[in-house]
Design a protein around this ligand. Structure first.
Ligand code: GLP
Length: 244
């Protein structure tokens, strides 16, 4: 693992934007793995600016998002599809049919299992992921691979831990239905990406970052699985790195 510590969250987003630009400029049909959450918003803003000023083009890019809530429509204000449209896809030249977010609106377990398998197949058909962007949950999750997730796991249904539900409550209105289940790429799926770039900013992530980097490999800290990845880069601001 390569660990890069930069002074601010802004620097983290610029570093990540450079990495994304390198990948999409270096091959035809680049495949990006994308993440949601507050952390990559500044990265997406930077990519939109670079695309609009014609420094980068996503016209050949294929994307796969890590995860999606189960049981809410794609068009729901809090779906990860909506998040990606609003923060990135609506503002860049990517072909919409080349963007993939797990399809998880159904509550039928067999439909969801098929959807998970289809997602894995689509990633394979695209040639695998060139660069996977990740954030980290305060409990060490990546995607929605909560503590106890197997390092060999593939795209599947996961129950969100109480701390994740609480952490993500801020996005939902009072009394609005908040999903407790998600369809997420597995840790095994993520580890197959040719490169991984995890972004972590802010003090709230410091303990999870320490467990990921200095802790033992443990299913209790899913992000520690990145210690097994040959080309994982962790880019941190000073606050996220403050207890290393
Ligand atoms: C969600 C997402 C993760 C993300 C995490 C941290 O639970 N499923 O992919 O890394 O939140 O989000 P934030 O960047 O808002 O702290």
């Amino acid at each position: 693992m390569q660990v890069i510590i930069l002074p601010s969250a802004h620097d983290v987003s610029l570093y990540a934007a450079d990495r994304v630009a390198d990948v999409i400029n270096s091959k035809t049909n680049p495949v990006l793995g994308l993440a949601t959450g507050s952390t990559p918003i500044a990265l997406y803003k930077e990519l939109v600016a670079r695309c609009q000023s014609e420094q980068v083009s996503f016209c050949q890019t294929i994307s796969f998002n890590l995860d999606e809530y189960i049981g809410i429509a794609d068009s729901h204000a809090q779906s990860y599809r909506t998040f990606m449209n609003q923060h990135l896809f609506d503002h860049i030249d990517i072909v919409r049919s080349n963007t993939h977010v797990p399809l998880a609106e159904s509550q039928d377990i067999d439909v969801l299992k098929d959807s998970a398998q289809d997602y894995e197949n689509s990633i394979q058909q695209a040639g695998g992921i060139d660069l996977q962007i990740l954030g980290i949950g305060v409990n060490g999750h990546i995607g929605f691979n909560e503590p106890t997730s197997s390092f060999a796991s593939r795209t599947r249904i996961k129950t969100l831990s109480e701390s994740t539900v609480v952490a993500n409550q801020r996005f939902f209105k009072e009394n609005e239905y908040q999903p407790h289940l998600a369809l997420t790429m597995g840790i095994g799926t993520i580890l197959e990406s040719r490169a991984v770039l995890l972004m972590a900013t802010g003090k709230a992530k410091a303990e999870a970052v320490k467990a990921m980097i200095e802790g033992p490999l443990s299913a209790m800290c899913p992000a520690s699985a990145l210690q097994l990845h040959k080309t994982a880069t962790l880019v941190l601001d000073e606050e996220a790195a403050s207890v290393l």
